[in-house]
Design a protein around this ligand. Structure first.
Ligand SMILES: [Zn+2]
Length: 222
């Protein structure tokens, strides 16, 4: 599978959102013209595709490199690599090794940690971020795919659905961007309705766009 490598951009400042690339995609104004409750089944195949996971690793490496070029936000000291271990769930076995570290840095002067945004991990969740983007209503093919194929406990899926409908609504990230979606995205349709606003040429590209869009949330606990 060939992925078009995208240049990852950071937010433009305090609470900024990496919209420069997304503006090109017009996720806010684009209306898909159809109503679906689930992401297409083909998108769920991503969960078994090591190439897609490696593609996300490349994006994370870009995000980390951008962060490394900066300096400590507290004292302007130099940043040193200080990745921390993860035990990821939901990724193919062949990429588990590269997904076993969350890229991070500490200041060489004051030891303050700087953790760049990530398209692979969302906060402290053990499941990879892409799984959370594929949450869908119970009873459908998508829910069955995640539950059975990846052995996600039913209670975890319930918790993820509740997170999209409640907690996500309260995040600083969503509060800062939600008004830009026209027509609005009701909580009950997420995350599928959000995915539908991205107009990439195929599922991997659209999913990568969505993950890059929400990655500002990845740097703090959600
Ligand atoms: Zn420092």
């Amino acid at each position: 599978m060939g992925f078009r490598f995208v240049v990852v951009t950071f937010g433009d400042g305090q609470g900024g959102i990496p919209l420069r690339d997304l503006d090109r995609q017009d996720p806010f104004g684009g209306v898909s013209g159809y109503e679906t409750k689930e992401t297409p089944p083909v998108c769920h195949a991503l969960l078994h595709d090591p190439a897609f996971f490696r593609f996300l690793s490349h994006i994370d490496a870009e995000l980390a490199e951008e962060a490394r070029k900066g300096c400590c936000p507290r004292c302007a000291g130099p940043l040193h690599v200080a990745d921390f271990p993860r035990k990821p769930r939901g990724c193919p076995a062949t990429v588990r090794e590269e997904y076993s570290r969350r890229l991070s840095f500490t200041c060489g002067r004051c030891a303050t940690r700087t953790t760049p945004a990530s398209v692979r991990f969302l906060g402290r969740r053990v499941y990879v971020a892409v799984m959370l983007m594929l949450v869908s209503p119970a009873g459908g093919h998508a829910a069955a795919s995640v539950r059975d194929g990846l052995k996600v406990p039913a209670r975890t899926l319930l918790r993820w659905r509740a997170w999209w409908r409640k907690d996500f609504q309260q995040t600083r990230f969503w509060q800062s961007v939600r008004a830009r979606f026209m027509p609005p995205l009701p909580a009950t349709g997420l995350p599928v309705s959000l995915f539908e606003r991205f107009q990439g040429s195929d599922c991997p590209e659209r999913m990568a766009q969505l993950l890059r869009f929400v990655c500002p949330m990845s740097a703090y606990p959600v």
